[in-house]
Design a protein around this ligand. Structure first.
Ligand SMILES: [Zn+2]
Ligand SMILES: [Zn+2]
Length: 100
């Protein structure tokens, strides 16, 4: 994650399950555009579960929705949470990624 990117204050974007892009899944979307392999741990601090989904997250100070690897239970968090500093954010905006 970029040094200027905030780690705290992230939220899950609800109602994104039905969305799709040409990568088939949002996990695959993250894999296609992250410059690193799928991580062993969930992106949410301090969760140590294995991530299974590419989750839509957003932050008041960050432009656009982002995809991060998450476990199924963190993907259902309704409040704000913290992301680990090593997390790679991938834009969920298809015009900037797979539809570009
Ligand atoms: Zn995609
Ligand atoms: Zn988790």
């Amino acid at each position: 994650m970029n040094k200027s990117t905030p780690q705290t204050g992230w939220s899950n974007k609800a109602g994104t399950a039905a969305r799709a892009c040409r990568c088939q899944t949002w996990k695959q979307h993250w894999i296609n555009f992250a410059d690193q392999p799928w991580p062993r741990q969930c992106s949410v601090q301090p969760c140590t579960k294995g991530p299974t989904v590419g989750a839509h997250v957003f932050h008041a100070d960050v432009r656009g929705e982002q995809i991060v690897p998450m476990c199924a239970s963190c993907n259902m968090l309704s409040g704000k949470f913290e992301l680990k500093s090593e997390v790679c954010l991938v834009s969920a905006n298809q015009a900037e990624t797979c539809a570009a």
